[in-house]
Design a protein around this ligand. Structure first.
Ligand SMILES: CC(C)(COP(=O)(O)OP(=O)(O)OC[C@H]1O[C@@H](n2cnc3c(N)ncnc32)[C@H](O)[C@@H]1OP(=O)(O)O)[C@@H](O)C(=O)NCCC(=O)NCCS
Length: 182
């Protein structure tokens, strides 16, 4: 079952998030101590604001993702997706895709026009998932994060929710720009 997480799910979310941070630190922006520094009050407020969505199996939270909507007035049409994590024991059963699809539906419901994310350049599974879900590459940010002091590149991806899924890997806007620059 996929559903929006609420304040009652806070302990489950923290536990799964900690698991993810330990198992795949490069898939998260926050470090474990930064995650722990988020107070229960702050996390509850985010859960109340419908930021987190989760996949449940037999009553256990086995996957989660977040969608943060714009904030500033001029960014009010945009949202940022991430983190996204599925317990390794439950991967390749469509849960990541289903969580993402719930986020996309929610983004549309709250009137967002586009959603964005960054994915580690080496993270082929997540890249394949996002591509299939309709995200396209808009750029690459070299050495964008240091994980345990080591540089990693991020691929930036975007989906325009009011436009049909584009072909290929690159977002049409990037294809156009590359042609313009000749
Ligand atoms: C990325 C992740 C969330 C995918 O979750 P999942 O539940 O296994 O994904 P799904 O089963 O919904 O897969 C949907 C599609 O994504 C692609 N995909 C997912 N995992 C893949 C893999 N290991 N190799 C290749 N393609 C993969 C496939 O196209 C897949 O469809 P298919 O199974 O019909 O071929 C999961 O592997 C994970 O938690 N990874 C660690 C954390 C992470 O990298 N998060 C993303 C940070 S940006």
């Amino acid at each position: 079952m996929i559903r929006c997480l609420g304040p009652d799910d806070l302990p489950l979310l923290r536990a799964l998030w900690s698991q993810g941070l330990e198992q795949v630190p490069e898939a998260f922006l926050l470090t474990p101590s930064e995650m722990l520094a988020i107070t229960d009050a702050q996390l509850s407020a985010a859960l109340e604001a419908k930021v987190y969505w989760g996949a449940f199996q037999d009553g256990r939270l086995v996957g989660f993702a977040a969608l943060r909507a714009g904030g500033l007035e001029r960014l009010g049409h945009t949202g940022d997706v991430g983190p996204l994590f599925v317990d390794p024991a439950w991967r390749r059963r469509g849960l990541g895709a289903q969580i993402l699809s719930a986020l996309q539906a929610h983004a549309r419901e709250i009137g967002l026009k586009q959603i964005e994310l960054t994915v580690d350049r080496q993270n082929k599974s997540a890249f394949a998932l996002y591509l299939r879900a309709g995200f396209r590459i808009i750029g690459i940010r070299p050495r964008s994060v240091l994980v345990n002091g080591l540089p990693r590149d991020d691929v930036m991806m975007l989906q325009m929710l009011d436009q049909p899924k584009a072909d290929g890997f690159l977002h049409p806007i990037l294809q156009d720009a590359l042609q313009d620059w000749g």
